[in-house]
Design a binder for this molecule. Structure first.
Ligand SMILES: C[S@@+](CC[C@H](N)C(=O)[O-])C[C@H]1O[C@@H](n2cnc3c(N)ncnc32)[C@H](O)[C@@H]1O
Length: 413
């Protein structure tokens, strides 16, 4: 059979590029727009034919050699073959297209805020356990697969996380542990703390946890092994973080994201702010420095507990209302809040949450999102509900990967 030759012309969300061949649409991974590549069909995804690049015939001037030896096999990164400035340009184009599909125009002055050094930025990593001839090791799912690729290094994680992996594997092998599933590691950006959580397949068996932790600690003398909580410093604020609650994985860009969002929010001392999907309260506490008070809504009871503690540690005027945003907002009266900040998970907001938000009638809404398609969809609903988009920005929280974080400021028109 003749090889498939494709000429991708635009980026797709997910890191692949879109090519049209004889009227057929292909999603081509590891190809950049403007290139000519030889590709191999790899089935279908969401109704679209998928192909993987096997040879680059005409390379884009933005193509670079991916520095990671696992790139192409590992499911973690999709964009290492693009120069970093070009990754940012591609992400902007993906956001523009998502907004256009929803009927919106991305403001032309929307900045794309990238990193000076787009490597080793992750302070949290989740690694799958895999048993091989030499015993346990840890790694990532392969691209579009449930099989696990064991790794010795990962260039987007903090080096301390990379160094910890063989120590956990060695201790697990020495103690002949069985049934491991995954390992979650989070490091303190400023301190020596290394927070860990290991999961087993099925229910956690009785196992010598303390002895295991002791052995890992021996193998990692540079770190302080923590199994409960760790500290995260943010400007002059201090937060406790646990493994069962969300934390922004890119610490350096978290500062940029929050600064951007708080600049858009412009909370004033006489205003009350509501922070939806508040997690452990990092944004709430930071916003409370400017505002008269912040009400945080969050459904995860562990995050609510930690959020209340974080408010106390920082003497911040933050109160938590536990529960789902779409339910809790129903009990809030019109006009109570002048400004809203929200940061939902990838799925975005429930229609009921958006309807309540529109009913509340706050003057300003700052909407942070990690998924451009649901961001654009929800922004359009808010526009239909009487808001106007004033500003937007893209903050690159996930260099080398396809993930995109965007922020928008809406004002009631
Ligand atoms: C992307 S995180 C944002 C956390 C926080 N803003 C931060 O920057 O650390 C989303 C949070 O929303 C919470 N969540 C998800 N769905 C929710 C819902 N329907 N109502 C309330 N909270 C929800 C999750 O538990 C998680 O803490």
């Amino acid at each position: 059979m003749a090889p498939l030759i494709l000429r991708p012309s635009s980026p797709a969300h997910g890191g692949a590029s879109v090519a049209r061949d004889d009227g057929k649409v292909w999603l081509v991974s590891y190809a950049l727009p403007g290139e000519v590549v030889e590709a191999e069909p790899r089935g279908r995804q969401g109704g679209v034919a998928v192909a993987a690049t096997t040879r680059v015939i005409e390379a884009s001037p933005h193509r670079v050699n991916a520095p990671c030896p696992y790139f192409g096999d590992c499911g973690g990164c999709q964009l290492q073959h693009a120069a970093y400035a070009h990754q940012l340009a591609l992400k902007r184009q993906v956001v523009e297209e998502a907004w256009a599909r929803a009927g919106l125009r991305l403001p032309p002055d929307a900045a794309v805020l990238g990193m000076d050094d787009p490597w080793r930025y992750r302070i949290r990593g989740e690694f799958e356990a895999v048993a091989g001839g030499g015993g346990w090791s840890f790694g990532f799912h392969r691209m579009r697969s449930h099989s696990v690729l064991a790794v010795d290094s990962c260039l987007i994680h903090d080096i301390r996380i990379e160094h910890a992996l063989p120590a956990f594997a060695q201790a697990a092998n020495e103690m002949r542990l069985t049934g491991l599933q995954n390992l979650l590691l989070t490091v303190e950006p400023q301190g020596r703390g290394l927070l860990w959580r290991m999961r087993f397949q099925g229910r956690e068996p009785a196992w010598p946890r303390d002895d295991f932790a002791h052995r890992v600690a021996e193998l990692l003398p540079e770190s302080t092994l923590l199994d409960d909580a760790m500290t995260l410093e943010l400007w002059d604020l201090t937060f406790r973080v646990r493994s069962d609650t969300f934390v922004q994985t890119n610490y350096r860009q978290m500062l940029v994201l929050y600064r951007t969002a708080l600049d858009m929010l412009q909370a004033k001392a006489e205003e009350r702010v509501i922070d939806l999907y508040a997690g452990i309260g990092t944004i709430s506490v930071a916003a409370a420095r400017d505002a008269g008070g912040v009400t945080a809504i969050e459904e995860n009871p562990h995050a609510v507990q930690l959020g209340r503690l974080n408010a106390r540690i920082n003497s911040a005027r933050v109160e938590y209302l536990p529960g789902k945003v779409e339910a809790v907002l129903k009990g809030i009266r019109l006009g109570r809040f002048q400004a809203v900040i929200l940061d939902p998970p990838r799925a975005g907001c429930e229609p009921a949450a958006l309807a309540e938000l529109i009913r509340l009638g706050a003057e300003r809404i700052v909407y942070i999102s990690c998924e451009p398609s649901t961001h654009a969809r929800d922004l359009m609903r808010l526009v239909q509900g009487g808001y106007r988009i004033r500003r937007a920005a893209i903050v690159d929280m996930f260099p080398q990967t396809y993930h995109i974080e965007s922020v928008a400021l809406l004002e009631r028109s």
